[in-house]
Design a protein around this ligand. Structure first.
Ligand code: SAH
Length: 508
């Protein structure tokens, strides 16, 4: 290191990230990494908002709107990217764009704005819808026999015929942004010499649970698309490769016979970490999932007291940890104190359930006790502590009293230290808007019901994890409540499906 009197280098940096076509699994590792490091994220209509879960720390700005009109102009977006990168002495900006950055994405203009402002940037290539939407419809853009070349073109161009004649030697055409002008485009292509009998397909919302496909020929595809009611965003593929869908179709087969959740949007509310398992179950059934965090974690307001308690654990028999967040926060604080897992050598550690136990194990601590059934009540009743033992519960400011009562009833001395705080989250307007568009909202706890009501009102069909949650939901003002028949994720997904079928009315 050299001693240098110049000011510290600016953090200003822009990642122009291809978000992929919709399936969140098609984001690249580099894209996920850039999101995790971002201070600010700008995203638009075609970038799946589910990807924002990689950057809960970042300020998020929605800059795109459905259709061709723009929410804010491209010039404004360029200026905003540069401005956000330069703010606060330099920030890391992630600009999340649908598909690939440079395929009809105006990414080059955003990169040019960075160059002009002297802001360093990177391009994180993404999976383009031009290839992925056909692929998810079972259509390969090339094939050893059927197609040796493909071209990607925009249907927005006014060039028409002359433009298409230049493409006459290309086997497969993939048309983006063309669904509105499909009549004109197919007429122009036929006029430019393409056989009207060439197979054609249009794929709307490719790679997502809402994917829909219409097939026909160049002569009929516009009509088929109209009949099926397909709209933007969609790609149209023209070429012999479209025939391969008959044998290679894979992604959208199950959905045609899918249950009530196929193609529907389920909002999954979270009042703690770890709801993604439910999201996976819902996605596997074809639902589109919107994860809505209702709380966020904040530093403890009593750090001095906490640190004093942690430094000297003398006299403590048991440490009680009742969430993954508690485990994370505990090790962060130990680290601040210059300590590590060895500091816990003299105390026994209990976890509220297997997930918390796993978090401990990841940090080298094997839980001495985990109740057979997860939950504060079972921990309080079953903890193998003796009367007079001190049990220190490291938790947030809103810990349930159930654990304390259970232990005190057995003569165990319960002590609590505030390790972190939970506060109501402030979802962006965009998330609230999407929430309002959801078919059903899942609630895993009474507090989720109360937070949701405070945040976005009660005009939702909700699926509740159990009778207690359902009661809390009704008390909070929700009227369309469906109760999961058992306390499992599968049952909650069943309840969501039932709510969509209108089952809420059938539930007392
Ligand atoms: N950069 C993007 C394209 C942006 S232009 C990419 O590489 O995919 C916007 C057009 O992309 C839309 O009008 C539509 O034609 C296409 N598109 C984007 N996502 C799509 C999807 N999931 N399914 C079908 N078409 C999509």
């Amino acid at each position: 290191m050299t001693a240098d009197a110049s000011p510290s280098p600016s953090r200003a940096f822009v990642s122009l990230i291809g978000a992929g076509p919709g399936d969140p699994g098609l984001l690249t590792l580099r894209g996920a990494g850039a999101l995790q490091n971002a201070d600010v994220v700008l995203f638009d209509y075609l970038a799946n908002p589910e990807l924002l879960r990689f950057c809960p720390q970042a300020e998020t700005i929605y800059v795109g709107k459905k259709g061709f009109s723009e929410y804010i102009s491209q010039a404004q977006i360029n200026a905003l990217i540069v401005q956000k990168a330069q703010e606060n002495g330099g920030q890391r900006v992630a600009r999340l764009k649908g598909g690939d950055v440079f395929v009809f994405g105006r990414g080059s203009e955003e990169a040019a704005a960075c160059v002009e402002a002297g802001v360093p940037f990177e391009i994180v290539s993404g999976v383009t819808s031009a290839v992925a939407a056909p692929a998810y419809a079972g259509i390969p853009v090339t094939h050893r026999e059927a197609a040796r070349s493909f071209a990607v073109l925009t249907g927005n161009t006014q060039e028409g015929g002359a433009h298409y004649e230049r493409l006459s030697g290309v086997d497969t055409l993939v048309l983006l942004m063309g669904v509105r002008n499909l009549d004109q485009i197919s007429a122009d292509l036929i006029a430019a010499g393409r056989d009207p009998q060439t197979p054609a397909a249009t794929v709307q919302w490719g790679t997502t649970p809402q994917q829909r496909v219409a097939t026909g020929t160049l002569a009929t595809i516009a009509e088929r698309v109209r009949e099926a009611g397909l709209e933007a965003p969609a790609v149209t593929i023209v070429g012999e490769v479209v025939r391969l869908r008959d044998t290679l179709r894979w992604f959208d087969t199950s959905q045609e016979f899918g249950g009530a959740l196929a193609g529907r949007t389920v909002a999954v509310t979270r009042t703690r970490e770890g709801a993604s398992a439910l999201s996976d179950v819902l996605r596997a059934r074809g639902a589109s999932v919107l994860e809505v965090p209702l709380i966020r974690f904040a530093p403890t307001g009593a750090e001095a007291a906490l640190h004093a308690r942690l430094r000297d654990l003398g006299g403590v028999s048991w440490l009680l940890l009742t969430s993954n967040q508690a485990v994370t926060a505990l090790f962060t604080h130990l680290d601040h104190l210059g300590l590590d897992a060895r500091h816990l050598a003299g105390v026994r550690v209990a976890a509220v359930g297997p997930s918390t136990a796993r978090s401990l194990a990841e940090r080298g601590v094997r839980a001495d006790f985990v109740p057979g059934t997860p939950g504060a009540r079972h921990l309080g009743a079953e903890l193998p502590a003796r009367p007079g033992d001190v049990a220190l519960h490291l938790t947030s400011q809103v810990a349930e009293d159930e654990l304390a009562r259970g232990l005190e009833a057995r003569g165990v001395r319960y002590e609590r230290a505030e390790l972190y705080r939970t506060e109501p989250a402030q979802p962006t307007e965009h998330v609230v808007e999407r929430l309002r568009g959801a078919d059903v909202v899942t609630l895993a706890s009474g507090s989720a019901a109360r937070h949701l009501a405070a945040l976005a009102g009660t005009d939702f069909a909700v699926a509740a994890m159990g009778p207690q949650t359902a009661d809390a939901a009704r008390a909070a003002g929700f009227t369309r409540v469906t109760v999961a028949p058992a306390a499992t994720l599968e049952a909650l997904a069943d309840a969501a499906a039932q709510a969509i079928r209108g089952g809420a009315a059938a539930t007392p």
